[in-house]
Design a protein around this ligand. Sequence first.
Ligand SMILES: [Zn+2]
Length: 231
Amino acid sequence: MKTTVQSLQRRLISLGFPLQFGADGDPGVETIAAVGKALDELEELREVSSPSPKPAQSSSIVPSDWMPAAKMERIICHWTAGAHKASEFDRGHYHILIEDDGKLIRGIPSIKLNEAPAQKGYAAHTLGANSGSIGVSLCCMGGANEAPFDPGKYPMNREQWDALTSVVADLCRRYSIPVTDKTVLSHAEVQNNLGIQQRGKWDFTRLAFDPSVKGAKACGDKLRAEAKAKL
Ligand SMILES: [Zn+2]
C-alpha cells in the first residue's frame, strides 16, 4: 500500500501523537514535528533493546490462503517415502509438501478439515493423531533403509529441510502454536512424545544431508531449534 500523507497522519494519531487538524492530508509543521517525535521514541526503543537486534522477521513462504482460520494444536513433519516430486497420492495425505528444490505443493485437504474433530476428507498423515494436527511432508526417501542407513535414490536434501523450518515457523505464527516437543515434532517422535503408537515410522531418525544427526530426538530438536530461530 502506498503511504499517503493522510495515512501517515492517521498512523501517527493511532500511535499516540495527536495532530490538531487530524488527518487532513496537509504535511504541515505539526505533522513534521510528530514524525520527529516518533523517530526520537523509536531511537530510544532501539537503544534499550538488545545490542544485537534480531534480524527482521524471516519472510513467509506459505501462501496465506493455504492457512485458513482453524484451531490447530500441532505440526507433525514427515517424509513421503517417495520420489522428489509430490504425487497425487501424497497430496491426499498432507497439507503441505516440499519438493527437492524447496518448492511448496499444496495438499488436497484443507488444514481446516483436520481441526478437532477431524472432518471427512481430512489429511490422514499420522495414525491416531490427525485431529488438530497439520501434516507437512518432504518429498523424498523412497526406497531408503534405516539400518544400515541408506538414503536411497531420493535423499532428503538441505534445501528441503530449510524450506521445512520456514514452513513450520509460518504455521506456528499463523496458528499460535508454541515450539515444544509435543507441538512441533516429526512422525518418528509421535509415539514417544504423544504416547500414540505408530508402526515403526522413522521419519525422521536420520537426515541424509547431515549424517551426524542421529535418532528421532536429535532430528526433532534440530527441527525445533531452526524453526524457532525463524520466528
Ligand atoms: Zn510419516
